[in-house]
Write a protein that binds this ligand. Structure first.
Ligand SMILES: Cc1ncc(COP(=O)(O)O)c(C=O)c1O
Length: 406
């Protein structure tokens, strides 16, 4: 590598480390759980997506071990070559049954699912020589949705951004395009937006999609296992389960938390993605242990609702108590609880002080969130016992008072 390039990279690195947006040095010395070990000390984990506490659940761990024993460590193949084991198809069927869809396709991550989905649909002629598609995307959609859309060739795809959760703005765009001869119209949204924990207005989007003959794509990575009485996600809570054309989710958060993602939908859509989604075709199959453990995680979720209920109860408790202490949060019901602090320096300092006081929580600041809206993003889990939450709240009170935040 040339010295000029090395210098460029090192000055960029120094600038980014200075901004402290991505800090890597806080290593966990234990499994992911409600309480973890950091620097030799037990701290309450309030920063993970381990919403249901399945990352270290005995039944999920056992299923991973059984998966390795029976099916080995890796499959050393993409799905279409020799990388499909019985367990891969079984898991796809299980997810479809859970989400009330016709079929499901697994990817090595949700990032890969989103990148695969958009490029597969828009870049292919589908028998038409001349065509143009259009995508309407929420302004705050996840990076993987944005990157998926970047792969859609500009010659064949118009890309429009509508204001966050602004149904009127989206409808205005759809209306403007009504007379245009688009082949596909795709509305794309997160189910839950991860910076604020707010939900997309899916029931309204379903109606709009129907009225304007659009395909509705929803990435419910923070909804699956989390939202709705039975954890089926935002579509369940808003009464539109079975009405989302492409329902995406992750296996890397509530459902075991290891890795993997999926797209669930009609048998035609999923069959087509198996033929055309490049991140599926040209990438390795999910490891057997992840598949068997994820399957066990879905079994746990389907068998009894107590984990989801515990998560909802813990969330309601934390939201009520943190407000009682005098902190300002973004209202809602999701286990993502943004504690608003304003200045980046306050969020940085408070996160560091809380770690010393036994709580692991991450701060977010510009450019990840708008300037002046720095925050601590708390994430609650069913793995938290009430005493863990009380310990965390005690630390928030102590640190908050010392820093004159409350
Ligand atoms: C909405 C959304 N989509 C996709 C992803 C990426 O998921 P994965 O880790 O499975 O690639 C995330 C994770 O942060 C997410 O929040």
């Amino acid at each position: 590598m040339s010295t000029e390039l090395q210098q460029l990279l090192s000055s960029e690195l120094a600038r980014m480390e200075e901004s402290q947006t991505y800090k890597y040095e806080t290593e966990l010395q234990s499994a992911q759980d409600g309480v973890v070990k950091v620097n030799g000390k037990e701290v309450v984990m309030l920063a993970s997506n381990n919403y249901l506490g399945m990352s270290n659940h005995p039944k999920v761990r056992q299923a991973a071990i059984s998966g390795i024993k029976k099916y080995g460590y890796g499959v050393a193949s993409a799905r279409f070559l020799c990388g499909t084991q019985t367990i891969h198809r079984d898991l796809e069927k299980k997810i479809s049954k859970f989400l009330k869809t016709q079929d499901t396709i697994l990817f090595s991550s949700t990032f890969a699912a989103n990148v695969g989905f958009f490029s597969a649909l828009t870049n292919e002629k589908l028998g038409m020589e001349n065509y143009k598609d259009v995508i309407y995307s929420d302004k705050l959609n996840h990076a993987s949705i944005i990157d998926g859309q970047r792969l859609c060739r500009a010659e064949v795809t118009d890309k429009k951004i509508y204001n966050h959760n602004d149904v009127a703005h989206l409808e205005q765009q759809l209306k403007e395009d009504e007379g245009k001869d688009y082949r596909l119209r795709i509305i794309a949204t997160d189910g839950v937006f991860s910076m604020e924990g707010d939900q997309a207005p899916l029931s309204k989007l379903v109606d709009l999609a129907q009225r304007y003959k659009a395909i509705l794509f929803v990435d419910d990575a923070h909804g699956i296992g989390v939202v709705g009485k039975s954890g089926r996600g935002v579509a369940e809570e808003q009464g539109v389960l079975g009405r989302i054309d492409a329902l995406v989710g992750t296996l890397g958060k509530a459902i075991g938390g290891a890795a993997g993602g999926y797209v669930s939908g009609s048998k035609e859509l999923i069959g087509y993605l198996r033929q055309k989604a490049r991140t599926y075709i040209f990438s390795n199959s999910l490891p057997p242990s992840v598949v068997t453990a994820t399957s066990a995680a879905f079994d746990l979720l389907m068998k009894d609702r107590s984990l989801v209920k515990c998560l909802h109860d813990n969330t309601a408790y934390f939201r009520k108590e943190i407000k009682r202490l005098g902190f300002t949060i973004i209202e809602g019901s999701h286990p993502i609880v943004p504690v608003m602090l304003g200045e980046a320096s306050v969020a940085q300092q408070m996160s560091a002080n809380l770690l010393k006081a036994g709580v692991y929580v991450k701060g977010l600041w510009f450019p990840v969130v708008p300037r002046g809206e720095a925050r601590l993003r708390v994430q609650i889990s069913a793995a938290h016992a009430r005493k863990d939450l009380d310990r965390a709240l005690g630390a928030f009170e102590k640190v908050g008072k010392a820093m004159k935040v409350i």
